[in-house]
Design a binder for this molecule. Structure first.
Ligand SMILES: Cc1cc2nc3c(=O)[nH]c(=O)nc-3n(C[C@H](O)[C@H](O)[C@H](O)COP(=O)(O)OP(=O)(O)OC[C@H]3O[C@@H](n4cnc5c(N)ncnc54)[C@H](O)[C@@H]3O)c2cc1C
Length: 435
């Protein structure tokens, strides 16, 4: 007899939690659990700024998707479409460009993409921080800037090369700005020609304050600490234009720079946004009922960044790893209840806290209502993330990276894997000749 099948699309925080829990809850003799992703790993996003800053090795922040599914099946494929009427998922792989799989229950956990508004020049010249390649590329780029700055004879050009513009002052932007400044200043020690004080990191934020998810007092502490370290904030402003020489702000300020990193907001996964049969809210996120079933369907569930799950007050849940993981586990439990014909439970979530690393061994944290800042918060940040990273192997790799970072200075050496054409030696010399 054919087994029934539960398919989970996306092996990120929500999908891997759902698949792992489903493979424990559904009887293996009657159900096959399938996890699908275009990558064969879960990327631990919260540690990505540390990869961009070179504190962590890229391989150490990814966990094999197969490790979540001792009893299920992992399918390494691109999801290309959904046929919700016939209960089929369309997939594509290098060797088989168009095939499909039937499901009895489907969990949508395809995450989000970086929201890139139509700012002229942003797509061509801006950096993102969403993939391992983005993080490795930012680090390689930083080292290329140090090399170029060390050869620049004009002090103005040197400062331009060492100026970094980070757009967005939520967790990702603030963490990237703090860690990247720390990395560039530390790496300057390997270049006698460079003065660490020439490193200039500017954070641009449309709101009047930074870290809106944290209490104002804690966010103010983070800002004051970063400003003491020389970071600058341009709040109440946005970026109006980007080109290869810098960024223009909405008030006309021109920031000459070779690095504009866009960390301002997310948008729904384009595949789900384009699927006409799914109910979506105004921003394009898939609308669910409180029990995580997609509105109008009894066997399709949506979780994580791509879903709009209503809270009792009507607002959606924040797009965080914590929420996605808990929704993944909850969806799996509800599917098991649905299979048994038992009543479903609404999703409920109380945040355990929020943490943001600021570089230079400081962080800010709010945990179980307790507010901490400085070194104790940084220690807590590392302990919490170490506990959260799946598998013993990855925990050991991360502890090793962090220990080396405590005692050794940054080694500004490129991987050379993700350099843009304009950063190859020849091209950058041509660029500078033109300046
Ligand atoms: C740089 C950065 C730092 C962050 N820091 C924090 C933090 O400190 N704390 C926190 O709580 N949250 C943080 N977040 C947010 C958090 O990572 C997300 O909220 C979380 O990953 C959402 O989980 P998800 O399962 O919905 O999506 P994801 O974890 O993004 O997983 C989606 C999966 O779907 C796959 N996929 C997408 N489209 C397709 C397709 N067409 N075919 C096949 N596979 C596909 C992707 O490869 C991915 O594996 C951060 C995010 C970023 C980018």
């Amino acid at each position: 007899m054919d087994k029934k099948r539960a398919i989970v699309l996306g092996a990120g925080f929500g999908g891997s939690a759902a698949a792992a829990r489903l493979s424990r809850l559904l009887p293996a003799d009657k159900w096959e659990v399938v996890l699908v992703d275009r990558n064969n790993y879960l990327l631990f996003y919260p540690l990505l700024p540390e990869v961009a800053a070179g504190t962590l090795e890229p391989r150490h922040v990814v966990v094999p998707a197969r490790s979540f599914l001792p009893k299920g099946r992992f399918v390494y494929a691109e999801v290309t479409g959904l046929d919700l009427e016939r209960s089929r998922v369309h997939l594509s792989t290098e060797d088989e460009p168009a095939w499909s799989m039937r499901y009895d229950h489907l969990v949508l956990a395809l995450g989000s993409v970086t929201r890139l508004p139509p700012v002229p020049g942003l797509r061509e010249h801006g950096f993102e921080l969403k993939t391992i390649a983005d993080a490795a590329s930012l680090r390689d780029h930083g080292i290329s800037l140090l090399e170029r700055a060390s050869m620049a004879k004009d002090p103005e050009l040197r400062r331009e090369l060492l100026r970094v513009v980070v757009v967005g002052a939520n967790f990702t932007g603030v963490e990237l700005a703090g860690e990247y400044q720390d990395f560039l200043r530390d790496a300057c020690r390997s270049y006698p020609e460079l003065d660490p004080d020439d490193v200039d990191v500017v954070v641009v934020e449309a709101r009047s304050r930074i870290l809106p998810a944290l209490p104002e007092k804690l966010a103010d502490y983070a800002r004051a600490h970063l400003e003491r370290r020389g970071l600058r904030f341009a709040t109440g402003r946005t970026v109006a234009r980007v080109d290869r020489r810098g960024a223009e702000l909405s008030d006309g300020t021109w920031l000459p720079s070779r690095t504009v990193a866009w960390c301002a907001g997310i948008a729904p996964n384009p595949l789900l946004a384009g699927c006409q049969d799914l109910p979506k809210n105004e921003q394009g996120y898939v609308e669910t009922r409180p029990d995580l079933r997609v509105k109008g369907f009894d066997n399709v569930w949506a979780i994580g960044d791509s879903a709009f799950v209503p809270q009792p007050d009507g607002h959606g849940y924040p797009a965080t790893a914590q929420v996605a993981t808990r929704q993944g586990e909850h969806a799996a439990r509800n599917i098991a209840l649905a299979v048994r014909g038992a009543p479903l439970r609404p999703f409920a979530f109380r945040s355990r806290g929020a943490l943001a690393a600021l570089g230079c061994r400081t962080a800010v944290a709010e945990v179980f209502g307790l507010r901490i800042a400085g070194f104790p918060a940084w220690f807590l940040y590392r302990t919490v993330y170490l506990l959260k990273v799946p598998t013993l192997g990855r925990k050991l790799s991360i502890v090793t990276d962090w220990t080396v970072d405590l005692f050794a200075k940054q080694m500004p050496v490129q991987l050379g894997l993700h350099r843009r054409a304009s950063e190859t030696n020849g091209a950058s010399r041509r660029d500078e000749a033109r300046l």
